[in-house]
Design a protein. Structure first.
Length: 349
């Protein structure tokens, strides 16, 4: 039996109806639907519609703000800071990237910082807003309401996986990098706990500081290991510290304020290559890098060297053409919400 496939349009319509039914304004419901489905198209199955039930519960509980706009804390043209007022992270982040793209066209580069946002999902989902226009983009995020990663050498959680994403235009498909300061994520750990599975390697640490592959250690005071693990976790530790500084630090709102409920800080930076060495010169360099990496002799067991984002782009093209295969538990998790909100569930292709 083959896994059911859903058209992109039917998933978008379904998600938008769910969030509209839950009370989000139309533009916000559309943004959340768009970027959750985009994550599933790219194959980021823990950060797509798998988050929809949690978001809907957050709306019901009053954790996510349903209406209104952000507050502008500072605007100096090329640098902007918003208080996101706990509005949907997908709407805030996409609006921030759009503004940074517009301002980079004027100033050459632009930075938009958001404090007090709701969860933003998969960072990679927003990169094409800039790369489609030939612009270089970076997005960083942290969550001051979470503490699942211990500083290197410690045992108690202080910060979150603190992901960063970069979109690099090339003469072909852009390079799309989406990495975090921890080896794995909270969402993946929760999925494995639900399914009674363990990680394939020691990517966690129990409360006593021992490496573990059992996600249940997180329920007993354990933590996610930083990128680099027990041996070289200072690398992930350093990544997290700068991510925290450029998100919560620049926003002026974060862990020091002990926010309650789901909370995120986001920083978006966009560069227009034309304002520096020139767009064609930029593409000449990134094209050479992309070609040379792909042409690199693969090590044993590897069929070919790929660039970050290459597999995601392939999955997205296939999903748009042939339908999206959702992770097995996702649609079932949304059925109660669809029934509660009176939303028709999409039929597989």
């Amino acid at each position: 039996m083959t896994d059911p496939r859903f058209s992109r349009d039917s998933l978008l319509s379904f998600a938008r109806s769910l969030f509209s039914g839950a009370g989000l304004e139309d533009d916000k419901a559309a943004a959340v639907a768009t970027y959750l489905v985009e994550a599933d198209l790219m194959g980021h199955s823990t950060h797509g519609l798998a988050l929809a039930g949690w978001y809907l519960q957050g709306i019901a509980d009053g954790v996510m703000t349903k209406t209104g706009s952000y507050e502008t804390i500072s605007d100096r043209g090329a640098s902007v800071c918003w208080n996101g007022n706990r509005l949907p992270g997908a709407w805030l982040t996409s609006e921030a990237v759009k503004l940074a793209v517009e301002r980079a066209g004027e100033f050459g580069t632009a930075t938009v910082v958001i404090g007090n946002s709701h969860h933003i999902g998969a960072l990679a989902a927003y990169l094409s807003i800039a790369t489609d226009k030939g612009l270089l983009v970076s997005i960083a995020s942290s969550s001051p309401s979470g503490a699942q990663v211990a500083p290197f050498g410690g045992t108690k959680g202080v910060y979150t996986p603190d992901p960063v994403a970069h979109g690099i235009p090339t003469p072909g498909d852009p390079i799309l990098i989406d990495i975090s300061a921890s080896i794995t994520t909270v969402n993946m750990a929760q999925r494995l706990i639900r399914e009674g599975r363990q990680y394939e390697a020691d990517w966690l640490m129990d409360a006593d500081g021992n490496p573990s592959r059992d996600p249940k250690v997180l329920e007993a005071g354990g933590t996610l290991l930083p990128t680099g693990g027990i041996d070289h976790g200072q690398k992930g530790y350093g990544m997290a510290l700068i991510a925290e500084a450029i998100t919560q630090g620049l926003a002026g709102y974060g862990r020091a304020d002990a926010p309650k409920g789901t909370n995120a800080a986001v920083t978006v930076q966009v560069w227009d290559p034309e304002a520096f060495g020139g767009s064609q010169a930029f593409l000449r360099q990134t094209g050479w890098l992309a070609d040379t990496c792909r042409a690199n002799p693969p090590r044993p067991g590897v069929s070919k060297v790929r660039l970050p984002g290459e597999a995601a782009a392939s999955r997205k093209r296939a999903a748009v053409e042939s339908g999206v295969v959702l992770y097995a538990s996702i649609m079932d998790s949304l059925l109660p919400h669809a029934e509660r909100l009176g939303v028709e569930v999409p039929k597989p292709l």
